[in-house]
Design a protein around this ligand. Structure first.
Ligand code: C2E
Ligand code: MG
Ligand code: MG
Ligand code: MG
Length: 291
């Protein structure tokens, strides 16, 4: 016990550690204030199937009044640790459902499905199913237009509870994707039992798919696995036409990435083209006058 006290005392007076603790506490209170102050916004990235945009992914953005734009890669993990992901995640669901209802009133966008990221802690909370259904009902959005993106982290414990919640939402028409697939710990037996609709190939495998034989093999394996389980497979982080062609040649017909568009505001999203036209690079080069 004395040892434990000694250690804590040491940690408390370590100035570097103190600075880190203070910065984290400030970030947490800033998240809370930002939520109350409307500083969070959803951006949308189109997802393409057979050259047409059928769906998109909502990605959270935080415009901090002093520090400018803060990436979700920074604040989502902290929000998870502190529990702030619960109010933040609920705000995301509500905002996403409002957006869906708004698109449903616009003929050009009414066909869209919207994918929303849900972190494990948020999904595990009691009442999550009711929260999703309430967000849909309050916004007047259709459940089958909503897809929840889960990660393999959710499968580390209480798989039965996860399956039960998924089945319940599924019965209302809500879809499910497994995000960042291949980076976590999902076992194949769980994969078979989860009522999933889609596997997302993590962008870390897509990045070097043309140059790294291992990444190419993993990408092809995920496509084969997903397809044989009756799931749609979508690649994320597609930045070049060559990557898209490789994926297409290996039966992955759905993708998202900078090649078509980064995540953009709802206003920008409404102006994006809803089809993808491949830019034939040979033609493009032929247009450059030779001299
Ligand atoms: P994710 O769900 O795997 O999202 C994909 C990330 O890749 C996004 O980063 C997106 O902007 C980025 N991306 C898209 N296309 C490309 C590309 O062609 N190249 C590259 N290099 N990157 C691309 P972002 O928006 O910074 O989000 C990071 C992560 O934060 C997300 O990863 C997700 O795990 C989490 N996140 C974002 N929004 C939410 C949210 O509303 N709720 C929760 N729980 N997590 C969220
Ligand atoms: Mg995602
Ligand atoms: Mg991902
Ligand atoms: Mg990710």
């Amino acid at each position: 016990q004395a040892k434990a006290t000694g250690r804590n005392a040491l940690e408390l007076y370590d100035p570097q550690l103190q600075a880190v603790v203070r910065a984290r506490a400030k970030l947490a209170s800033d998240i809370r204030a930002g939520l109350a102050d409307g500083q969070f916004e959803l951006f949308y990235q189109p997802q393409v199937e057979e050259c047409s945009v059928r769906s998109c992914e909502a990605l959270l953005r935080w415009r901090h009044p002093c520090d400018g734009y803060i990436s979700p890669a920074v604040f989502i993990p902290l929000a998870e640790e502190t529990g702030l992901i619960l109010p933040l995640g609920e705000w995301v669901l509500q905002a996403a459902c409002k957006q869906l209802a708004s698109w449903a009133r616009q003929p050009r966008l009414a066909h869209l499905t919207l994918a929303v990221n849900v972190s494990p802690r948020q999904f595990r909370q009691a009442g999550f199913v009711a929260q999703v259904l309430a967000a849909l009902a309050n916004a007047g959005a259709q459940p089958h237009r909503l897809k929840l993106e889960l990660t393999e982290g959710l499968l580390l414990d209480n798989v039965e509870d996860t399956i039960e919640k998924m089945e319940e939402l599924k019965a209302h028409g809500v879809g499910f994707a497994l995000d960042d697939f291949g980076t976590g710990y999902s076992s194949l037996s769980y994969l078979k039992r989860l009522p999933l609709d889609q596997l997302k190939i993590d962008q870390s495998f897509v990045r070097d798919v043309l140059t790294d034989a291992n990444d190419a093999a993993i990408a092809r394996t995920i496509v084969a696995l997903g397809t044989s389980l009756g799931l749609q497979v979508i690649a994320e982080g597609v930045e070049t036409e060559e990557q898209r062609q490789f994926l297409l040649a290996h039966n992955c017909h759905a993708w998202q990435g900078y090649l078509l568009s980064p995540p953009v505001s709802a206003e920008r999203f409404a102006t994006l083209p809803l089809t993808y036209t491949a830019h034939n690079q040979t033609d493009a080069q032929a247009d450059i006058p030779a001299d």
